[in-house]
Design a protein around this ligand. Structure first.
Ligand SMILES: Nc1nc2c(ncn2[C@@H]2O[C@H](COP(=O)(O)OP(=O)(O)O)[C@@H](O)[C@H]2O)c(=O)[nH]1
Ligand SMILES: [Mg+2]
Length: 298
């Protein structure tokens, strides 16, 4: 991940975070007050309360009364890194039959993020097939078709309202027989509490696994960073859908809620693999915990 770019994308979060951080440490307050105010600062940057308290308790254990600015900053960086670094991300796709599935609520950024990943995999020399598994909105299939034309990739679609598992089945067959090595499966994202949706996603997954043992190797939950930790309740619903391998955090550009990254990693126990930083196909960064922490404190 290019640090300069992440720095830029996190600039609004950093404004909240960094300025207060320095003011607090330079204010000559007592150690307890400093720890308390730093906890508040984390919360303002949308780190959840339990995660913020956990971090500052650990910092409090590390930092002694006499320690200065740098020691507190380093302890804080270390604790945030420990949470994020516990789940290092990276795509793990079979070289010949790579299958990736995107799940998440409507409007979160699934289709756009899928296009970004397809673009990146294409750049790595993969021959990608896009699969329009959101058959419930005519516009959703068309949106993926537009991406397919733009990126020069075929799109497998079904008729409007078709069973997404049938579309996935066709796609898995094409993957094996038509010289592709990777398929990216878009899915519908109606309300996350709808158990039909979860069943439908399970069925898509099962059908793929029957055709391609071990697939999908990656199932990414797309979460919208602009709603920050408010995305957690929906995310927990999707945890019931077995086999999630990581988070794609979309819309990190322009949000002041970058701290939610820490809470999401902490509470879901899933690696954040990528972040989306805009609406274009190249607005994608591989997530790196150390770059994130560096950008936050830059
Ligand atoms: N600014 C910004 N907008 C994004 C990003 N990812 C997606 N979007 C926009 O969010 C909206 C919903 O995205 P879409 O991919 O259709 O979501 P889906 O319903 O989950 O498939 C679209 O207008 C996208 O252009 C991102 O990283 N940054
Ligand atoms: Mg979509």
């Amino acid at each position: 991940m290019v640090i300069a770019s992440l720095r830029e994308k996190l600039s609004r979060t950093r404004q909240v975070f960094r300025q207060r951080f320095e003011d607090i440490l330079k204010s000559g307050r007592s150690r307890e007050e400093i720890l308390e105010e730093l906890t508040e600062t984390l919360i303002l940057a949308d780190v959840g309360v339990p995660t913020a308290e956990k971090i500052m308790e650990a910092v409090g254990r590390i930092v002694r009364k006499s320690d200065g600015f740098d020691a507190v900053r380093e302890a804080l960086k270390g604790e945030i890194l420990a949470i994020l670094g516990r789940h290092p991300g990276r795509l793990n796709l079979d070289p010949k039959t790579g299958v990736l599935m995107m799940v998440g609520v409507n409007g979160g950024g699934k289709t756009t993020s899928l296009a970004k990943l397809a673009r990146r995999l294409q750049g790595e020399g993969r021959n990608c097939l896009l699969v329009a598994g959101d058959t419930f909105r005519a516009a959703a299939q068309e949106q993926l078709a537009v991406w397919g034309r733009k990126l020069g990739m075929p799109v497998i679609k079904g008729p409007y309202g078709a069973d997404p598992a049938a579309v996935a089945f066709d796609a898995a067959r094409s993957l094996k027989t038509q010289g592709f090595d990777t398929m990216l499966v878009d899915t519908a994202g109606r309300i996350h509490t709808n158990s039909n949706l979860m069943n439908e996603l399970e069925k898509v997954k099962r059908v793929i696994a029957r055709e391609i043992p071990g697939a999908p190797q990656e199932i990414l939950l797309v979460l919208d960073a602009s709603i920050g930790q408010n995305s957690l309740p929906q995310a927990r619903e999707f945890l019931k859908f077995a086999g999630l391998t990581g988070v794609f955090l979309s819309k990190l550009d322009g949000t002041a809620k970058g701290g939610s990254v820490v809470t999401i990693a902490d509470e879901l126990g899933l690696p954040i693999k990528f972040v989306g930083t805009g609406e274009g196909e190249d607005d994608l960064l591989e997530f790196s915990a150390s770059s994130f922490v560096d950008a936050l404190f830059a």
